[in-house]
Design a protein around this ligand. Structure first.
Ligand code: SAM
Length: 340
């Protein structure tokens, strides 16, 4: 069975945040000193996540990505992976991580049935890593990437948020590094989402500039023609290297968006920019049946008319989506709670 929203978009992809905690404090995601965390008692158990995933797969979801916060901070994550990997309806089970804890967990995750991993990597320079994430740990991340490859977690992807004047001089270094670890690099435009309280239009390094820089170094770049709801557009360099660009700020892709997000405490968001979500935890803990939960999800999705990123593009004087004071009132508005 599959369900469609108000614009005819199917529900296929679910990003499941397993924790709102993170061991980094990336400037573009968590720039403040203090955070309001989700209450521990509200965090879904693995059994509860599994029950919700079953409802989503009943309705057409066949791809799940585990995220956070930093998902590897969730205790015993391989147990959840094992449980989800056993669900025949899931064609794709992936994980997005900052890589800090990946070296110690990659083998266990692969053994539990995880198929692939995307590691966020914004710089290859230790001093810059420290400045951007406000933590040390670049070596651990690079070891994590190596361990993921060795554990067979492929295809391996590296996600880089490109910011003007911060790391836009590392595009070529990152492509070259990607070649050495057989990973596809995806450059992401800096987004004005919740959490990015210091966002400014000047800091956005747009897709056109990324392509110009790479073409100057490598020669003509070919766009790959692909039918896909995935946010990245993919390109090929003359030497065959494939990379992606996620132009979610200058050229968003809402009309193909088949993704929704479940927070660690069971709030379901239909758009990264949505102010409000649907409380699935309350229904679950009230004892709702699988059919009742499916009805709640179906009603929410069929009413969906969100195109948050496209609506942001038309704003003149575009500024951060929300001030830190708003985010403190409702941590669900944070990128590290929504899962990116
Ligand atoms: N901790 C994990 C990680 O680092 O990949 C998963 C959660 S993180 C919120 C998911 C993704 O969101 C990361 O790739 C991160 O770079 C991206 N992200 C966070 N804030 C962003 C922003 N303002 N613009 C673009 N991407 C952002």
């Amino acid at each position: 069975m599959s369900i469609a929203d108000a614009f005819g978009r199917p529900l296929r992809n679910l990003r499941v945040s397993v924790t709102d905690r993170c061991n980094l404090r990336c400037q573009y995601c968590m720039p403040e000193e203090h955070y309001v965390w989700l209450p521990r008692a509200d965090i879904l158990s693995f059994e509860e996540i599994g029950r919700l995933v079953d409802c989503f797969t009943d309705l057409g979801v066949d791809r799940v990505r585990l995220t956070g916060g930093e998902p590897l901070m969730r205790h015993d994550l391989p147990l959840l992976v094992r449980q989800l990997a056993a669900k025949p309806a899931l064609r794709d089970l992936a994980l997005t991580s900052n890589g800090v804890l990946l070296a110690e967990q990659a083998a266990a995750l692969a053994a539990a049935g995880l198929r692939r991993v995307t590691v966020s990597l914004d710089t290859l320079r230790p001093d810059r890593f420290q400045a951007l994430t406000r933590r040390a740990g670049l070596d651990q991340v690079l070891n994590g990437i190596a361990a993921a490859g060795a554990a067979g977690l492929r295809p391996l992807k590296l996600d880089t948020v490109v910011m003007r004047g911060i790391n836009d001089d590392e595009l070529i270094d990152l492509i070259e590094y990607g070649k050495t670890v057989a990973a596809e690099v995806r450059f992401i435009e800096y987004m004005d989402v919740g959490g990015a309280t210091h966002w400014s239009a000047e800091r956005v390094y747009p897709r056109a500039s990324i392509l110009d820089d790479l073409a100057r170094r490598y020669g003509a770049i070919a766009a790959l023609r692909e039918e896909s709801a995935a946010p990245a557009e993919r390109y090929r360099l003359p030497d065959g290297t494939v990379f992606g660009i996620i132009a979610s700020t200058t050229a968003p892709f809402c009309r193909a968006c088949d993704r929704a997000r479940l927070t660690a405490d069971g709030m379901w968001y239909l758009c990264l920019y949505a102010r409000a979500g649907i409380d699935l935890r309350a229904a679950l803990r009230r004892g709702a049946t699988r059919e009742e939960l499916a009805a709640l999800i179906t009603g929410g999705w069929q009413a969906r008319h969100d195109r948050g990123a496209e609506e942001r593009v038309v704003h003149r004087d575009r500024a951060p989506l929300l001030p830190a004071s708003e985010l403190r009132k409702d941590p669900h508005l944070e990128m590290h709670t929504r899962g990116g």
